[in-house]
Design a protein around this ligand. Structure first.
Ligand SMILES: [Zn+2]
Length: 214
């Protein structure tokens, strides 16, 4: 009986293996070809050598997508924007002494092995005495601030942000940065050693801060 079961198991394994090979020939697969740092497009490779070449230059092969459509969806998900993709981290901004007003939120998206970090910053109820927002950074890992990721706020974005803050008491800006892979890795691995700092004219060392946490 035991032998019969063993034979049956072996037969099933053989069938399963055959089915896998037929459905997904290892030499022809859809992968996400890295068109630029934050853009992946589905392409089909037909040899192992080709596949190796693509993977070497940063392409991503997550298993073997069954169809062109599923591969396309997978590649699309790899693209990080302020609104989607990557791993999302949310944090709450609070006033940091000697500032006593304002708050808001900070969200960013990033992924291990990638060089893109996209973020959304909302500032609200900042008193006029705090002045205008000038810069925002991610700092860490505490107690050091050796890693310093600047959030690019263009002059236009800053003008819009500060105008909206003084007229409606609330402003949201977003953007994406290119950040070295090693920094992204350290940030994601040690999130609670990092914080976000929003600087203003009256509080150049920081008016609002948010501790990051997984
Ligand atoms: Zn490629």
């Amino acid at each position: 009986m035991r032998r019969l079961l063993l034979l049956a198991a072996l037969a099933l394994t053989a069938v399963a293996a055959t089915a896998t090979v037929n459905a997904q020939p290892s030499t022809k697969r859809w992968i996400c070809h890295k068109a630029d740092e934050n853009k992946y497009v589905a392409i089909r490779v037909s040899s192992r050598a080709q596949l190796r070449g693509h993977l070497r230059h940063g392409d991503i092969s997550a298993g073997v997508p069954q169809t062109r459509a599923t591969a396309r969806a997978f590649c699309k998900a790899l693209t990080i924007t302020p609104a989607r993709g990557g791993r999302r981290t949310d944090a709450t901004l609070t006033p940091v002494a000697p500032n006593t007003s304002g708050g808001g939120s900070f969200t960013f998206r990033a992924a291990q092995g990638r060089e893109t970090l996209c973020w959304t910053l909302t500032v609200q109820n900042l008193a006029a005495a705090a002045g205008a927002v000038t810069m925002a950074h991610i700092h860490g890992p505490l107690p050091s601030t050796a890693i310093f990721i600047g959030l690019t706020l263009s002059p236009t974005q800053l003008t819009t942000l500060n105008a909206s803050l003084s007229s409606t008491g609330r402003a949201t800006v977003s953007g994406c940065e290119t950040v070295e892979r090693a920094k992204v890795r350290q940030l994601l691995r040690n999130l609670d050693d990092f914080y976000v700092n929003v600087h203003t004219t009256a509080f150049p060392d920081g008016a609002l801060q948010a501790a990051l946490a997984p």
